[in-house]
Design a protein around this ligand. Structure first.
Ligand SMILES: [Zn+2]
Length: 92
């Protein structure tokens, strides 16, 4: 029974962690003066590229609550995962 309780608390704190990531916007799109989704290095516009197979892992790890998408920068070649905050989606 103690093991069950431990697993329960562990998964509960895991879900809370995902909520904290969502709330703080960790890894979400960054806005700049010239773009709604800008590169963290050179501040230019990012463009959507095809997801890699390992990117699906991020999706499963966040229990499908965070919609990770892969972006790349045309200027400096930066590549990474970004997600859109739900309230940003409604505005677009
Ligand atoms: Zn860049």
């Amino acid at each position: 029974m103690d093991n069950f309780l431990f697993a329960f608390i562990l998964s509960l704190s895991y879900i809370i962690c995902i909520f904290i990531v969502q709330y703080l916007g960790i890894g979400s799109k960054k806005k700049c003066t010239n773009s709604n989704n800008c590169c963290p290095d050179c501040k230019s516009n990012l463009s959507r590229i095809k997801r890699l197979s390992k990117d699906k892992l991020n999706y499963y790890l966040s229990l499908g609550m965070i919609d990770w998408r892969r972006y790349s920068c045309e200027k400096c070649g930066w590549q990474g995962l970004r997600w859109t905050k739900p309230h940003d989606l409604k505005r677009n």
